[in-house]
Structures are given as structure tokens and as C-alpha cells.
Design a protein around this ligand. Structure first.
Ligand SMILES: Nc1ncnc2c1ncn2[C@@H]1O[C@H](COP(=O)(O)OP(=O)(O)OP(=O)(O)O)[C@@H](O)[C@H]1O
Length: 417
């Protein structure tokens, strides 16, 4: 887990206010490869770019407008005016597409007297953090690029991922993306964590990553997100160097990073807003996603009015609503109780069904890694020690399978347990 507040790039942690006005035109002002702290200083943001601008921006915004309580309370009467263009980029972290987002009043609650004009484009970068939305590989901007890529179902399209169960409708196919590390050294300048990483993650693959505490799992994820540049070697997406966060690589952390002043639905709308999806349509899509994650009846709730598991589900909905080509998940279920966690695993498999998105999933839980992944990567002693195919991925009935059990033993041994 990385809880750092250091900056490795150029924009730095102050990000919040700094990003507000720099999200337009794909300038990637906040997405220049910097790493910033999350709101809580822990794994708490969503999406690559939020690492850059993170919830620091959220805090900044909140200070200028409302607190969560303000937003919900019918009696608060808080009035805040925010720049719509800066709101989304802070939350979803997409600097691009700003011009496509028209400022909208965030009618979070019919009973709220809070009057706020928000800009999804700036809000997003605070949370999901795809600030550097000038897409590295497409030459287009962030989410716009994602949308274009999403319609590509050509030869590179990932096969539909089978679900473990559930009847939820499949999401629109998205072409997964290839993530490749070659001789990569990962870490901070002067503090390398992992060296010589050679790893090729195929489009549509779910790669789980396990390793002892401090071995570099989060560092790997942040590098893939574009929040940390490699110290050596190369890190590429579809053959193009990853140099900054991008909208098509969503990042989900253990701590939820929902914007506290937005309802669950309004949070899920953010990535759609930065894609320029018209309000009515994005509202419908957001409600559909909330329905898929079992939160239809919580759509109008603010994050602090729902449970931790429900917030994680909303965060998952938000991450996937933007049709990312890669989803980078850093112990997303680590704070949940065992039963909720198991349900979230099933839900994840279900909502990923048919998306084709490439997933890199960091976990401390070996059984979670062996259930979710197509392959599992073992990190330890400053290097990538092994990458193994997982027998019967996403099949709960296979836990007694001899090959699965043998792999489980190997993983546990590698962890020294
Ligand atoms: N901001 C930082 N500055 C310097 N070193 C850091 C920073 N953040 C993490 N590290 C170091 O980098 C190494 C890898 O950290 P990382 O967070 O990637 O480990 P991890 O495997 O995710 O750990 P955990 O399982 O505990 O979350 C550790 O030695 C850690 O101390």
C-alpha cells in the first residue's frame, strides 16, 4: 500500500487547486505522472488520475462549497458555486473532454436546499484521476478516446469474459488493452521497490497480484496507472509508453473515493459526463449501473448514508461506467467483511462480464487471487518471482481442484506463510 504524499512528477500533490483550472483541452496539467495523496492518505481514490489530483482536490472543493452533511441536509441551505469544468477532472481524473461537458446543476437531492453548479469535468479528476487524459495511445483525449476504442470490436477485441453467475446484462464490449512491462524498475527515485519486471498482461485478462506487505504491489499498480514513472525499462499500453494517468485506465482503491457531496448516482455519472454523454442519458446509464450493482434504491443517497460495501459497489459502478479499457484495483475489498467481500468478488466478475476490460487486481487474500484471476503474479524480494496460470478461474467449485490446491500451496509458500 502506498500512502505517500510525494510527487514523482511535475504537478505535485497540491493538485487540488492546481487542477481546477488546468483540465481543459487535454492539457493534462494534473496528469503529468505525478502521484498525490488521496483524501485519507490511503488507498482512497478512484481511477488513475485521481492519484494525481486526488481527493485533495475534493477537499479543496468541499471547502469552497459544502460538506457531505451540507449536501444532504434539507436544512443546510448551503449555497456553493463550483466550476463545472473543474469538478469532474478532480473526481474522475480526466482532463480531457472538458469542453464536452456542459456545466450542470448537480441536483443531488430534491430536498436539499443546496444550490450548486458543478462541473463534472473538473470534479472527476479529483476522484478517478484520469487527468492526463490526452490519451497516450490514441492521440485523442481521455474519455473521448475511450469511447472511440470501445466501439472497436475488431481482431484485437477481447473475448467475452464468462461470468460466474447472475443474470445481469452484459456491458457493451470494450476492447481490452495490453499492458507490458519490460525490464522495468519500479519505485520512487532513490527508493526502488521492484527491479527487472518483465510482464505482459493480455487484453481482457484478469491478472491478480499477491506479495508480502511492502513488496511493491501498489507501486506496480501506480506505475501502470501512470502515477509513477518507471525507474528503468519500459511500461507500455498497447506498445505506447505510459507517461500519465488516462481515462481508459480506471483505478479503484480500498477506500472509496466517492465525492461526498454527490449522490451515488451523481458519482456514477461523472465518467459519463466527461465523455460528453447528455444529462438524461448519463442519468439513465448511471441508474442502470447502480441497478447492476444492487444499489438502485440508493441512487439518491449520499455516500456517507450508505455502508462501506455499498460505497465500494458504487465505486465499482463508477469505475466501469466510463467503459475503461483497463481497471487497476488495489485491494478494493480489503476493508470488507468476509461475506461482503465474497459477494463483491462475485459482483465484480458479473459486472466485468462481456466488458473485455483488462484487470490488474492487487490483493493480500490468496483465495481471492486464485478465484478472480486468469493468472497470478507473485511479487517478493524486490522482484517479480513468478506468474502462474490459474486453473479454473472464477469457478468457486474448483477450490478442491488438485491443480488449484497445488498453486495455492505455492503462493502461500512464496508469501512465507
Ligand atoms: N512514498 C513513498 N516513498 C518512498 N518509499 C515508498 C513510498 N511509498 C511506498 N514506499 C516503499 O515502496 C515499497 C513498496 O511499497 P508498496 O506500497 O508498493 O508495497 P505494497 O506491496 O503495496 O504493500 P502493502 O501490501 O503493505 O500495501 C515499500 O518498501 C514502501 O516502503
Amino acid at each position: 500500500m502506498s500512502t505517500s504524499s510525494e510527487t514523482t512528477g511535475t504537478t505535485g500533490v497540491s493538485g487540488a487547486s492546481g487542477t481546477t483550472d488546468t483540465i481543459g483541452g487535454g492539457s493534462a496539467a494534473a496528469g503529468t505522472g505525478s502521484e498525490a495523496p488521496t483524501a485519507s492518505g490511503t488507498k482512497g481514490t478512484t481511477s488513475a488520475a485521481s492519484g494525481a489530483t486526488g481527493m485533495t482536490g475534493a477537499t479543496s472543493k468541499a471547502s469552497g462549497a459544502t460538506t457531505p452533511t451540507d449536501a444532504t441536509s434539507p436544512t443546510s441551505g448551503t449555497t456553493g458555486t463550483t466550476d463545472p469544468a473543474s469538478e469532474v477532472s478532480r473526481a474522475i481524473g480526466t482532463t480531457a473532454a472538458t469542453s464536452k461537458v456542459s456545466g450542470q446543476t448537480d441536483a443531488t437531492s430534491p430536498t436539499s436546499r443546496t444550490t450548486r453548479t458543478t462541473n463534472p469535468a473538473s470534479e472527476a479528476s479529483r476522484t478517478t484521476g484520469t487527468t492526463g487524459a490526452t490519451s497516450e495511445d490514441s492521440g485523442t483525449t481521455g474519455v473521448t478516446g475511450t469511447a472511440a476504442q470501445a466501439s472497436d470490436t475488431g481482431p484485437g477485441a477481447a473475448p467475452e469474459r464468462p461470468a460466474s453467475g447472475g443474470e445481469a446484462p452484459a456491458a457493451a464490449p470494450v476492447r481490452g488493452t495490453r499492458l507490458t512491462l519490460t525490464g522495468a524498475g519500479l519505485g520512487r527515485p532513490g527508493a526502488p521497490a521492484v527491479s527487472g519486471v518483465d510482464l505482459d498482461i493480455a487484453p481482457g485478462e484478469i491478472l491478480t497480484v499477491v506479495g508480502s506487505s511492502g513488496c511493491g504491489k501498489s507501486t506496480l499498480l501506480r506505475t501502470l496507472a501512470g502515477l509513477l514513472p518507471p525507474l528503468d525499462g519500459t511500461v507500455e499500453q498497447d506498445g505506447h509508453p505510459i507517461t500519465a494517468p488516462a481515462a481508459d485506465r480506471a483505478l479503484v482503491f480500498q477506500e472509496d473515493a466517492l465525492l461526498p457531496w454527490r449522490t451515488l448516482r451523481a458519482n456514477v455519472e461523472l465518467p459519463l459526463a466527461i465523455k460528453g454523454v447528455p444529462r438524461t442519458e448519463r442519468r439513465a446509464q448511471a441508474e442502470s449501473w447502480l441497478d447492476r450493482v444492487g444499489l438502485a434504491d440508493r441512487a439518491r443517497h449520499l455516500p456517507h448514508r450508505v455502508s462501506g460495501g455499498q460505497r465500494q459497489r458504487a465505486q465499482l459502478a463508477r469505475a466501469l461506467a466510463g467503459a475503461p479499457r483497463a481497471v487497476l484495483m488495489d485491494e478494493p475489498f480489503g476493508a470488507l467483511d468476509a461475506q461482503t467481500r465474497s459477494g463483491m468478488q462475485d459482483l465484480l466478475v458479473e459486472v466485468l462480464r462481456g466488458t473485455g476490460a483488462t484487470v490488474v487486481f492487487v490483493t493480500h487474500d490468496v483465495d481471492e487471487a486464485l478465484f478472480l484471476g486468469d493468472r497470478v503474479a507473485l511479487l517478493g524480494a524486490g522482484r517479480l518471482t513468478a506468474v502462474r496460470d490459474i486453473p479454473h478461474p472464477r469457478d468457486r467449485t474448483a477450490h478442491e481442484d488438485p491443480a488449484r490446491l497445488a498453486l495455492r500451496r505455492e503462493v502461500l509458500t512464496s508469501l512465507g506463510t
